[in-house]
Ligand binder design. Structure first.
Ligand code: GLC
Length: 716
């Protein structure tokens, strides 16, 4: 079928409906979705609904089929609707939140997880997922760091590409189109507050924030979502330079651009549009195609064309892009694709998917501290499992799509399943709610801890306290959780803290008092079984942080690849006037990017370069020996950092330029090497040209971003 021929036959109204996306609730009486106000508030009538091009937020394959069938009966042009959903880290089988999953330092694992989610999503009748979220983040006060893969542009590019390949692949059976978001730089929202202002130089934008979106575009992502925030004083959706200029003209993106939820109308609230008429004009001229959950196109494009402010050609091009995606997905020959309840049910938390979810949860857990209490012995007779996250299925994260809490393996269940005959006692102790203050349950928790051979204490933040609309002013744990910790430790020193969070937390007090801390994020459907395996040594922690944990919230934004400043702080322990420092705390984060312990220890030695001169166009090889100094096998993520000592723009004190995961048996030593070339040294100068500059560089290789040993080379 010829897309252009279909567009030629469509009326302008039908074209505008094709470019409009509504909650399924508008189209399906029993969808159960909460629409943002009635149709009338959007200026829509029920007649407008017939030719709608796509829907979001619906409930399952039968619902999708019913809506699609009804739509195809009503629609003059018989154009199937696209069904879009936020499948961020799982559809029914939920794996760890992305900020956690990224700590695996394993793009292949991310790709496998996304492929699993795509299979489940396609069976649910989903055609497009609003993922990957590729926003670089540096401020853990922002609840949406939960959906991100952290503070490093190099790593974010690997994950963005892996997610597109996993979700989308060849766009055939068991795949969904991916939509990279939130274009652009939403992760830099001021003060870590949702929907807030982003303001940065183009150089910073290009150096840090744009690469991961471009990695998705280069991987063939079918869709890009513009973000809520302003950039350079203009909301992203209205930002012609950003969308039409960089995305479409510079990057040659030929896919579909969709707005975020109601963001066109929000241009009025931002104050760049006086009314919906202006908003529609800005939106289409910036380069947006689909309008999510507002109807400024339907309401105003016709008059804008009459006024000569928008051309019919622009609209036709936008509609063609949408129809090309539908054609590419085969929807004109089969509007239902994989939607099939029996298939969806057969995939839902099936063994294969649970196994992958558990593997992901094991691989991304980060051992932050261990005084030696971990791993617990599996020979224990009595184990106490305590705290607000010990016996709840609500550890799936806030973007859990169709994930069901009752399908979660809780920590308590995971420990019981693993330990068979041991006595496992449970006490909640306190609520995990941010405002909790009731301490009456602590006595029972102390009683449970007394006499136990091992105590697992679950602390952290509820899954509902990260994600969209969940910015925080204070990243410390609530006082009542510290009260529980103190009382349990008095009763039993053999205690390990299992930390649940959708973001880095400023847990300085916890780091000073808990004998061991294992960060498990929001670990997903198999969270409890993964936690049990890790705590009792069936799996060895290997996760490494992709976002710094602040020592105090006041440090935010804090990140490893910072600039040196003209007056760097040389010692965090002393107060030195007139340096870039705080008088009431350290500059360094509590736990840095790339950090994570194991049940064994790794030693680095013999760092060297094949040459101290890198010829332009040539390579030098950096190598190091890594030894497992402990008594158990473990996996280390060996990280390569480079520092450019001088440049036409200031350069970060370190930049991740590569990593390799090595499995080492007890006592085993391996040499790990990295090829360094000129391209790895390129950066955007003040002239906005990306290139390497000759001069001196330092090379670091270690187990986290604070590794200090270095060797040097000169680029000539
Ligand atoms: C939300 C989010 C976006 C999501 C969209 C659809 O407001 O900002 O990430 O994909 O709306 O749910």
């Amino acid at each position: 079928m010829n897309v252009k021929k279909i567009v030629e036959k469509m009326t302008l109204k039908e074209k505008l409906q094709q470019l409009t996306q509504l909650n399924a609730g508008f189209l399906d009486k029993n969808a159960g979705t909460e629409a943002t106000g009635p149709l009338s508030s959007m200026g829509l009538t029920s007649q407008d609904l017939n030719g709608i091009g796509s829907v979001l937020n619906f409930q399952g394959p039968d619902n999708v089929k019913a809506i699609q069938r009804q739509h195809l009966e009503d629609d003059t042009n018989k154009i199937p609707m696209l069904f879009m959903m936020d499948v961020i880290h799982g559809c029914r089988t939920i794996y760890p939140v992305p900020i956690g999953l990224s700590a695996s330092f394993d793009p292949q694992l991310v790709k496998d997880c996304c492929a699993m989610a795509a299979k489940e999503a396609a069976a649910e009748g989903i055609n497009v997922t609003f993922a990957p979220m590729a926003d670089l983040v540096r401020d853990a006060r922002w609840g949406r760091v939960m959906e991100s893969t952290g503070e490093d542009p190099y790593l974010n590019c690997l994950y963005s590409r892996a997610a597109v390949e996993g979700f989308q692949g060849d766009l055939k059976k068991g795949k969904v189109a991916a939509c990279v978001k939130h274009y652009a730089a939403y992760g830099a929202a001021e003060a870590g507050r949702d929907y807030n202002t982003v303001d940065m130089s183009e150089r910073t934008l290009r150096e840090y924030y744009l690469p991961a979106y471009k990695a998705a575009v280069d991987a063939g992502v079918e869709m890009v979502m513009t973000s809520f925030n302003v950039l350079d004083g203009v909301p992203a959706a209205a930002n012609k330079k950003l969308v039409d200029g960089i995305l479409r003209k510079e990057w040659k993106f030929g896919g579909v651009v969709i707005s975020d939820y109601n963001s066109f109308r929000e241009m009025i609230t931002h104050g760049v549009a006086e009314n919906e008429h202006d908003a529609a004009c800005l939106a289409v001229n910036a380069g947006n195609d689909i309008e999510m959950m507002s109807a400024t196109y339907i309401g105003h494009i016709e008059s804008l064309i009459k006024e000569g402010k928008v051309s019919l050609k622009q609209i036709d091009k936008a509609v063609e892009r949408v129809l090309k995606l539908k054609k590419k997905m085969g929807m004109f020959s089969d509007p239902y694709l994989d939607a099939d309840k029996a298939l969806a049910d057969s995939l839902d938390c099936c063994k294969e998917h649970r196994d992958l979810a558990r593997k992901a949860a094991e691989k991304c857990a980060v051992l932050l501290k261990n005084d030696g209490v971990l791993p617990f012995s599996t020979e224990v007779k009595k184990v106490a499992v305590i705290g607000p996250f010990a016996n709840t299925g609500e550890i799936l994260g806030n973007w859990r799509c169709y994930g069901k809490h009752e399908q979660t393996v809780t920590v308590l269940a995971g420990v019981k399943n693993l330990l068979g005959g041991a006595e496992v006692v449970y006490a909640e102790g306190v609520s995990g709610e941010l405002t909790a203050s009731d301490e009456s349950g602590i006595a029972a928790a102390v009683k449970a801890a007394k006499g136990a051979d091992a105590v697992i204490l679950t602390l952290g933040e509820p899954q509902g306290d990260s994600g969209e609309g969940n910015s925080k002013l204070d990243l410390e744990l609530p006082a009542v959780q510290y009260k529980l910790l103190d009382e349990v430790l008095k009763a039993n020193k053999n205690t390990a803290v299992l930390l649940f969070s959708g973001r880095p937390l400023a847990i300085k007090r916890l780091s000073e008092t808990a004998p061991a801390i294992l960060e498990v994020w929001q670990p997903g459907t198999e969270g409890g079984s993964a936690a049990a395996n890790l705590l009792f040594g069936k799996a060895v922690p290997s996760g490494k942080l992709t976002m710094s944990f602040p020592a105090k919230t006041g440090q935010c934004p804090v990140y490893y690849n910072h600039y040196n400043t003209g007056r760097p702080r040389m010692n965090d322990d002393v107060r030195v006037a007139y340096t870039s420092s705080y008088i009431d705390g350290p500059n360094k984060p509590l736990y840095p990017f790339g950090y994570g312990l194991s049940y064994t220890a790794f030693g680095y030695s013999d760092l060297k370069l094949s040459s101290s001169v890198l010829q332009s166009g040539g390579t030098v090889t950096a190598s190091v020996k890594v030894k497992n100094k402990g008594s158990v096998a473990g996996e280390e993520t060996v990280q390569l950092y480079i520092r450019d000592l001088f440049g036409s723009a200031v350069r970060p004190v370190k930049e991740l330029k590569g990593f390799k995961k090595v499995m080492l048996a007890a006592g085993e030593e391996k040499e790990v090497s990295f090829e360094i070339n000129e391209d790895m040294l390129a950066f955007y100068g003040p002239d906005l040209v990306k290139k390497a500059e000759k001069g001196d560089f330092k090379v670091f290789i270690g187990g986290d971003s604070e590794c200090a040993d270095s060797v040097s080379f000169r680029l000539v």
